[in-house]
Design a protein around this ligand. Structure first.
Ligand SMILES: Cc1ncc(COP(=O)(O)O)c(C=O)c1O
Length: 483
């Protein structure tokens, strides 16, 4: 046997021959399309103990090749069987991450061609494409077009980068003396980011909210003034453009005025709500108050967290941070290394905009979604999600057993009303029982939270696959399963 042939036979099955690659690729697409087109008939959620789920998916370390095709079968027959489907049209829990087919195709381009988007030398064209896509996002949201930005792994990383940029503006010792302001409804990732940056919990001042869960600006001003009087160094306010609990939008113009007057960095966490500001150029259906108006002031943020893997219908693993001043990111993430000496420093090197050096082409999914749909269709889809959330709220309100909080965006917060003489613990138990019953039933999935310490259920609509029929079906099942 010629040497090259024998070598070929010994190779690992990492790259099969061209024909096999094609047929495996077609098979995989067929399986994915079958999965997506039958989602509505599949169960939504699945709870399982470590032992139960390990029984589904665990196996000994493979010593011999199992093959790619066999791995497809394992994945669809066992992993998917035990999986909660966050793509499902009736997944109403948490903040859904409804990847679209266009987004998945973009991700496939990235996985298939594997560009490096850490430095200009490694991936100039893709860096250039990311710059274009970041500009598109700015344009869609009315954020300054010349902002610097970077696609991240998600909103948590974007919040970290925003806070790191705010800190990098100061030469002083902020770690012991600095002050960060965020409302009680701020996302947990803000506190986590502050801790990662070395700030103690005492550095974070939580500000109260009004009856619609929006930051109280007067309380913010008082907190800043009393910190200043105590010799502290206020440096950043984190405002919410769509809280996770209720979709509430803080009074952004007022907070931006405070920041401007007091020379504080304004970071807006718009991981959930930001893309609702996409300007469709037409009257937005389902959004009578005009979500764009609600989100006014977001464009004044020094840094802005967005999450394409939420309301831009991209696959999981794609967040975004935009920063108004080009040099702020560079100051926070300056990177040195002899092995980086060939890289053109005058171009955009994304390793100078965040903690990552090697980074994938997240841009391809975002680019694919925006390019294949266009701005108006995306704006329309988001407005449709908002309209369906309002429909869900109206349908729930028809049932006297529920108290419903009007959604600002697409989170419907609701809870059982107390019965005559019923304790709060017993009322809350009925909420929990309903949530668990829907999860066990599999028709839909809800989540729960505490609002002012009171147990509350959440029903979120954020999915291009969710139809009016799904909303009726979900609410009907909620009513049937409620006690
Ligand atoms: C308001 C808000 N901020 C930040 C995050 C964190 O984003 P990610 O889960 O993408 O890290 C979330 C997640 O749901 C969120 O709702």
């Amino acid at each position: 046997m010629p040497e090259s042939e024998s070598h070929q036979n010994e190779r690992l099955p990492l790259d099969p021959d061209a024909e096999t690659m094609r047929s495996l690729g077609y098979e995989l697409i067929d399986r994915i399309v079958d999965h997506l087109t039958t989602l509505s008939d599949q169960r939504v959620g699945r709870r399982g103990t470590g032992a139960e789920l390990a029984q589904l998916v665990d196996e000994p370390l493979p010593e011999q090749p199992g093959g790619i095709q066999d791995s497809f079968a394992f994945f669809f027959d066992r992993v998917v069987t035990g999986m909660t489907r966050v793509n499902h049209p009736r997944f109403h829990a948490h903040i859904p991450c409804p990847s679209s087919f266009a987004g998945a195709m973009g991700e496939m381009l990235a996985a298939g061609t594997n560009p490096f988007v850490g430095s200009w030398l490694g991936g100039g064209t893709l860096c250039s494409l990311e710059i274009t896509v970041l500009r598109w996002i700015c344009e869609m949201l009315g954020y300054p077009n010349d902002a610097a930005g970077v696609l991240t792994s998600g909103g948590s990383m974007a919040n970290l980068i925003g806070l790191a940029s705010a800190r990098a503006e100061h030469d002083s010792d902020l770690l012991s003396n600095g002050r960060i302001y965020v409302s009680v409804e701020g996302h947990a990732s803000v506190r986590k980011a502050a801790r990662l940056l070395g700030f103690s919990d005492q550095t974070i001042q939580t500000i109260g909210v009004d009856d619609r869960y929006r930051m109280k600006t007067a309380e913010l001003i008082d907190a800043i003034n009393s910190d200043l009087a105590a010799g502290k160094e206020p440096f950043v306010v984190v405002a919410n453009a769509g809280t996770t609990n209720t979709g509430s939008i803080d009074p952004l113009p007022e907070i931006a005025d405070v920041c401007q007057r007091m020379k504080l960095w304004l970071h807006v966490d718009a991981a959930y709500g930001g893309f609702a500001a996409i300007d469709s150029g037409t009257e937005q259906a389902g959004s009578p108050e005009g979500t764009r108006r609600l989100l006014a002031g977001m464009e004044r943020a020094d840094s802005l967290t967005l999450d394409p893997h939420k309301w831009l219908y991209c696959p999981l693993g794609i967040g975004c941070v935009l920063v108004q001043r080009q040099d702020s990111l560079k100051r926070a993430f300056a990177t040195e290394g002899h092995y980086l000496k060939d890289i053109p420093v005058e171009e955009v090197n994304f390793y100078e905009r965040g903690p990552e050096l090697s980074r994938p082409a997240r841009v391809l999914a975002v680019w694919m979604v925006i390019r294949s749909s266009g701005r108006a269709a995306l704006a329309h889809q988001i407005a449709e999600d908002i309209r369906l959330a309002q429909l869900a709220a109206a349908l729930l309100r028809e049932d006297d057993r529920f108290e419903v909080i009007d959604p600002d965006l697409s989170v419907v917060a609701f809870r059982h009303r107390s019965r005559e003489g019923e304790s709060e613990a017993s009322r809350a138990n009925r909420d929990t029982a309903l949530m668990e019953a829907t999860l066990a039933d599999g028709e839909l999935m809800l989540s729960s939270t505490l609002l002012n310490g009171i147990n509350t259920l959440r029903l979120v609509v954020m999915n291009h696959r969710t139809t009016e029929r799904d909303v009726h079906r979900s609410v009907r099942r909620i009513r049937e399963l409620s006690t």
